[in-house]
Design a protein around this ligand. Structure first.
Ligand SMILES: Nc1nc2c(ncn2[C@@H]2O[C@H](COP(=O)(O)OP(=O)(O)O)[C@@H](O)[C@H]2O)c(=O)[nH]1
Ligand SMILES: [Mg+2]
Length: 234
C-alpha cells in the first residue's frame, strides 16, 4: 500500500507525524504494533534483513517498507530517515515530527500522543518516553537493563550535565531538529547519541512516562545501554 492509499483510507489523526519502526524478525509482533498505532502521515517499517515474514506483515498492515541489509538498530533508523527524506522529496508527505518505535510490541503504540503532544504544543523539540518513570510489566525490563540505563543516565549527568532517567527508544523529535543532529551510530548507541547531541544543540528535551511490557517473541542478549561498536562522534 502506498502512502497515498494510506491517506485515502484512514482518517489522519496525526498527519504531522511519521513513524519509523526498525524491525528484525518481528512477524508476530508487528501486526499488533500496526493495529494499535493511531493514524499518522506515514509508517515506515525498516526491515533489517529478517528471515521471517516481517516484510509481508508490514505491507499488509499498511506500512511503507524500507530495507537495510546491514544489521544494527541505528543502521535501520538511518535507513528509515533516508526513506522519509525520499518521501518528502517526492512530496507524498510533509511531517513535522518523527517518532521512533520498536517493532516488538513492548511499547504501547496507542500512547503515541504522549510523546507527540509536547512537540505539538510547542513545549519541546524532543520527547523521550521513559520506562523508568512509566508503568512496567513485571519482568519486562531485566535488572541489567534497568541498572544499565540508570548508569548510562548517571554518566550523561556527570559528563554532559544532562538529566535523563532512561534511554528509551520510543521517542519523538521535530524533523528539522533530527536532521541537524547528524546521527551516525549504526547500533544500540543510537539512543544515547541522540540524547547527548540534543543536549549539545540545546534542544528543549522532556521525558514522559510510557508503559512497557514484555516483548512478543524472543531475543536479546545485547541491550541498548551498551553502546558497543558505537562510532558516534558527539
Ligand atoms: N536486536 C536487534 N534489533 C533490531 C536490529 N535491527 C532492528 N531491530 C529492531 O529494533 C527493535 C529493538 O530491538 P530489541 O531486540 O527489542 O532490543 P531491546 O528492546 O533493547 O532488547 C526491535 O523492533 C527490533 O526488531 C538489529 O540488528 N538487532
Ligand atoms: Mg525490545
Amino acid at each position: 500500500m502506498t502512502s497515498d492509499t494510506v491517506a485515502k483510507t484512514r482518517p489522519l489523526e496525526f498527519n504531522d507525524v511519521a513513524v519509523i519502526i526498525p524491525a528484525l524478525n518481528e512477524e508476530q509482533s508487528l501486526p499488533l504494533v500496526l493495529r494499535d498505532l493511531p493514524a499518522v502521515a506515514a509508517v515506515i517499517v525498516v526491515d533489517n534483513g529478517s528471515n521471517d515474514d516481517t516484510v509481508q506483515v508490514a505491507a499488509d498492515g499498511g506500512a511503507i517498507v524500507a530495507q537495510e541489509p546491514d544489521r544494527g538498530y541505528g543502521a535501520a533508523c538511518l535507513c528509515g530517515m533516508q526513506k522519509l527524506a525520499d518521501l518528502i522529496a517526492c512530496e507524498s508527505i510533509a511531517p513535522r515530527i518523527v517518532v521512533f518505535l520498536d517493532g516488538d510490541y513492548s511499547y504501547h503504540p496507542d500512547e503515541l500522543s504522549l510523546v507527540v503532544d509536547p512537540i505539538r504544543q510547542e513545549a519541546a523539540d524532543f520527547v523521550i518516553g521513559s520506562r523508568l518513570t512509566g508503568h512496567r510489566e513485571t519482568g519486562a525490563m531485566p535488572p541489567q537493563s534497568v541498572y544499565g540505563n540508570k548508569l548510562a543516565c548517571f554518566l550523561m549527568w556527570v559528563l554532559f550535565r544532562v538529566r535523563h532517567t532512561d534511554l528509551g527508544p520510543f521517542r519523538a523529535i521535530r524533523y528539522d531538529a533530527l536532521k541537524n543532529l547528524g546521527m551516525v551510530d549504526r547500533d544500540f548507541g543510537w539512543t544515547i547519541e541522540m540524547q547527548i547531541k540534543a543536549a549539545k544543540r540545546k534542544l528543549r528535551t522532556v521525558e514522559v512516562p510510557v508503559s512497557y511490557r514484555k516483548r512478543v517473541g524472543v531475543r536479546m542478549i545485547r541491550h541498548r545501554f551498551q553502546p558497543n561498536r558505537s562510532n558516534c562522534d558527539v
